[in-house]
Design a protein around this ligand. Structure first.
Ligand code: TXA
Ligand code: MG
Length: 320
C-alpha cells in the first residue's frame, strides 16, 4: 500500500482497469473506470458492497454530459450550472459510456463534478468518468483522510489530498421521477438547491435501493445515540457504567454543566462540525469508547446532513 500525490500514477492505474482511492471535498472515493465493468466490479469486491447498489460517476470540470447522460432536464442543467464543481450529485437517465455494472444494472446514473483540486487533476489526466463510492468498507463511516482509507482497504495506491473540507457526502437529487427529489441530504444544503429548482420532493417509498438510505449505514463500531441537546444529560445517566463520549458543539457543554462522560467539543459552526464529524467517530472507536451520545443540530444548512448521518449511525445494526 502506498500513499502519495502522484496524479499521473493514479491516472495510469485507472486506465489499466485498477482501483485508486482519491480525495474529494466531501469524502475520499474508491475510483475505477466507469466505462469498464471489469474495473467497476473490483470496487464492489473491495468494499464488500452488494453489486445492485449504484455508484456515482465523477467527471472533470467542463466535461460534456453527452455520453454520460441521455436526458438532462432543464432544471438539472440550471442547478449544476451553479453547484458544480461541488458536493452535489444529480441522478439522470444513463448514457452509453456508463457501464451497467456502475449503475447496479439500472437505467439511471448519479453524476458529480467534485471541487477538490487533486480530484480534478486526476479526472483531467484520466479523461473519462470515474465511478467511485466512499472508500470505506460497506456500512462503515466514510473516510475523510488518506489514513482512514488505508485503515479500511488494501489498495495499490491512495492519492493523498489532505483532510476533506466538507466532510459529509454529496447531496443527491433525483431528476428522473417528475419533481426533483432529495435522495440524500449532504454537503450542498437543501436551501441552496431549492432556491434554483423549487421545493424538493422526498425520496419516498419508491426510492431505488441505495446504501445511503439503509437505516444502519455510516456507523462506527461504538453504539451511537443521537438525541436533542436537552436530552443529552438523561441519555448519559441512562448509560451509566459504559464508557461514554458526548459529541456536541462546544457551546452546548456550558449549558449542561459536568457530565459523567468524556466531553468531545466540536466546532459551533455546523459546517466546521460536519468537516470534523467522521474523523471524530473514528477516533472514538480507536479509543475504545462503548457509547457515543451525539447532540442533533438544528436541521438548517449542513445540519440536515449531519443529523441524517447521526440518525443512521444510531439506527439498527443489520451489518454482519
Ligand atoms: O460525496 C460523495 O457522494 C462521495 C464521493 C466519493 O463522491 N461518494 C459517495 O458514494 O458517497 P457512495 O457510493 O458511498 O454513496 C452514493 C449514494 C449511494 O447511496 C447510491 O446508492 C446512490 O448514491 N446512488 C448512486 N447512483 C444512483 C442512482 N442512479 N440512483 C439512485 N441512487 C444512486
Ligand atoms: Mg458510502
Amino acid at each position: 500500500m502506498e500513499i502519495g500525490t502522484d496524479v499521473d500514477r493514479a491516472a495510469r492505474l485507472l486506465a489499466a482497469g485498477e482501483l485508486v482511492a482519491f480525495p474529494t471535498e466531501t469524502v475520499y472515493g474508491l475510483g475505477a473506470d466507469a466505462s469498464r465493468g471489469d474495473a467497476v466490479r473490483k470496487i464492489f469486491a473491495a468494499k464488500g458492497r452488494p453489486s445492485a447498489h449504484p455508484l456515482i460517476v465523477h467527471l472533470a470540470p467542463g466535461a460534456t454530459l453527452d455520453g454520460w447522460a441521455t436526458d438532462v432536464p432543464v432544471a438539472a442543467r440550471a442547478l449544476v450550472a451553479v453547484a458544480w464543481p461541488g458536493p452535489l450529485t444529480i441522478v439522470v437517465a444513463k448514457g452509453p459510456r456508463v457501464d451497467t455494472a456502475t449503475t447496479g444494472g439500472g437505467a439511471t446514473v448519479g453524476l458529480r463534478v467534485p471541487a477538490h483540486p487533486l480530484a480534478q487533476r486526476l479526472l483531467g489526466a484520466f479523461g473519462g468518468g470515474v465511478a467511485a463510492p466512499s472508500a470505506n468498507r460497506f456500512g462503515a463511516v466514510s473516510p475523510t483522510t488518506a489514513q482512514h482509507v488505508a485503515a479500511d482497504l488494501e489498495l495499490a495506491y491512495i492519492l493523498d489530498g489532505g483532510p476533506c473540507t466538507v466532510g459529509v457526502e454529496s447531496t443527491i437529487v433525483d431528476f428522473t421521477r417528475g419533481r426533483p427529489a432529495l435522495l440524500r441530504p449532504g454537503g450542498l444544503p437543501r436551501e441552496a438547491i431549492e432556491a434554483i429548482v423549487g421545493p424538493l420532493a422526498d425520496a419516498g417509498d419508491d426510492a431505488p435501493a441505495a446504501p445511503g438510505t439503509l437505516a444502519s449505514h455510516y456507523a462506527p463500531r461504538a453504539e451511537v445515540i443521537a438525541v436533542a441537546p436537552d436530552d443529552v444529560p438523561a441519555a448519559v445517566a441512562a448509560n451509566a457504567g459504559a464508557r461514554i463520549a458526548v459529541i456536541a458543539p462546544r457551546a452546548a457543554f456550558a449549558a449542561w454543566g459536568p457530565l459523567d462522560a468524556q466531553p468531545v467539543a466540536l466546532p459551533d459552526d455546523v459546517a466546521a462540525l460536519a468537516a470534523a464529524l467522521y474523523a471524530t467517530l473514528r477516533d472514538l472507536d480507536a479509543e475504545g469508547v462503548d457509547v457515543v451520545i451525539a447532540a442533533l443540530p438544528p436541521a438548517a444548512g449542513l445540519g440536515e446532513a449531519v443529523g441524517d448521518r447521526l440518525r443512521r449511525a444510531a439506527g439498527p445494526r443489520s451489518r454482519q
